[in-house]
Design a protein around this ligand. Structure first.
Ligand code: DX5
Ligand code: ZN
Length: 229
């Protein structure tokens, strides 16, 4: 994975057909997805439950781009090796998930993955200031994590602050929650380069009608790019 700050669209398969993940992943990649975003929820850190390492391992052969795994679980550390074995390229843990995020990020890198750190809407940018040298991606949540299809919460000032804290370091800023063609320009202008989108990508489409995914991805990308040029 080489680093660049071009806009990348990462559809969240939380909005896909749960009976058909392999075909859904293939469809979004064929329709222009840059990364595939996988939301792991434990019914404890967040009030919803999705999938664990065996499911993520089953997704792996279908993902030809980047498998971006977002852990909304606590504790994190006992499961890091299982997600490495499942083939995650990027593993993101929440800074709110435990007292020792520094150790968690070190362990993620030691297991051979890129390390991401996510911030809930109520958590300030400063929470990651001393973690940046151990981090490949900062995920700014623009909804309270747990469900797709929620209303975007404006975190523009946090994104700007992070962008300035990051400077020239090769660290992605990812936005997760309520990203659509209306909100994408706001976050892109503030300095985000990875846009997660669930409902905005999957709405109206299916594996039998995948062109809709392509049009939806294009709409988010064009809106974001128009704000950065
Ligand atoms: C929220 C998840 C998101 C979610 C985004 O807890 O982390 O990735 O699926 O969904 P939309 O784009 O529908 O807000
Ligand atoms: Zn997510």
């Amino acid at each position: 994975m080489s680093f660049d700050r071009s806009i990348k669209i990462a559809p969240s398969i939380l909005s896909a057909d749960f009976a058909n993940f392999g075909a859904e992943i293939q469809a979004i990649e064929a329709q222009g997805a840059d990364w595939v975003h996988i939301d792991v929820m434990d019914g404890h850190f967040v009030p919803n439950l999705t999938f664990g390492p065996p499911a993520v391992k089953a997704f792996r052969p279908h993902v030809k781009t980047v498998m971006d795994v977002h852990l909304m679980i606590t504790p994190v550390d006992p499961y890091i090796q299982a997600y490495a074995d499942a083939g995650a390229d990027i593993l993101t843990a929440h800074v709110e998930a435990g007292a020792h995020t520094h150790r968690t990020l070190q362990a993620i890198r030691a297991a051979g993955m890129k390390a991401g750190v996510a911030l809930n809407p109520g958590t300030p940018a400063d929470a990651v200031e001393h973690l940046l040298d151990l981090t490949d991606l900062v995920c700014v949540m623009t909804v309270n994590p747990g469900f797709g299809g929620q209303k975007f919460i404006d975190m523009t000032s946090k994104i700007r602050k992070l962008r300035s804290m990051i400077g020239n370091r090769p660290i992605h800023i990812e936005i997760d929650g309520g990203v659509d063609p209306k909100t994408a320009p706001l976050v892109a202008a503030a300095g985000a380069d990875v846009l997660v989108a669930g409902s905005a990508v999957f709405k109206g489409g299916s594996v039998d009608n995948p062109d809709v995914y392509g049009a939806n991805i294009k709409a988010v990308r064009s809106a974001a790019e128009s704000a950065t040029s």
